[in-house]
Design a binder for this molecule. Structure first.
Ligand SMILES: [Fe+2]
Length: 194
């Protein structure tokens, strides 16, 4: 039997696929998808269902959907209270980050050096956005940021413009030492919404 949460997620995927079929530019696809993700993460049935989703501690993501035609990927992250997020980018992918439950904050960083030294970057905190359920951020390619957990467990749904893990390396930044590391994205755990 299909649950209300599974049905709402299937409708979301069908709506996103319509947008991606009608538009070929990645930025415009992602901008047109933002209100669809906002509707998804504002849904009470999905929020209730997410209460049983497993923690993704240890650099994991739940893998909810990989689109066979358009290549976009939908993940979920389930953070423990007070989770400290690392400073990173998503390489050349566009990412929509929608908060479904709990609160989190999104820190955005400016890059201060000219990028000419390998494995080195000076980054400085530029802004902090506090997110509550229904909030969706669009993160452009190579944007340097960190997602920080709130005082309670939090759940987010993420739509990435393309498959990153296993294909494209992302960057991690240490604002204290200015060291840049190159690494694969989080481990993907296949998960079916019920
Ligand atoms: Fe991120």
């Amino acid at each position: 039997m299909t649950t209300p949460a599974a049905r709402v997620f299937d409708e979301f995927i069908a709506d996103v696929r319509k947008v991606w079929a009608a538009e070929s530019d990645t930025q415009r696809r992602m901008e047109a998808t933002q209100p669809l993700l906002k509707k998804l993460v504002s849904n009470e049935d999905l929020r209730a269902a997410s209460g049983t989703w497993p923690s993704t501690e240890g650099r994991k993501n739940l893998l909810l959907h990989t689109d066979p035609d358009f290549g976009f990927v939908v993940n979920a992250v389930v953070r423990v209270p007070g989770r400290k997020g690392s400073v990173h980018d998503h390489s050349n992918a566009w990412v929509l980050y929608g908060l479904l439950d709990g609160t989190e904050s999104l820190e955005r960083y400016d890059r201060l050096d000219d990028g000419s030294r390998p494995e080195y970057a000076e980054v400085r905190l530029a802004s902090v956005t506090h997110g509550s359920p229904g909030n969706v951020d669009l993160v452009p390619p190579f944007n340097i940021h960190a997602e920080q957990g709130g005082p309670s467990r939090s759940v987010a749904v993420i739509l990435r413009s393309e498959v990153l893990v296993g294909r494209i390396l992302q960057h991690g930044y240490d604002p204290e030492t200015n060291v840049v590391i190159t690494r694969s994205g989080p481990q993907q755990i296949p998960f079916q919404i019920a």
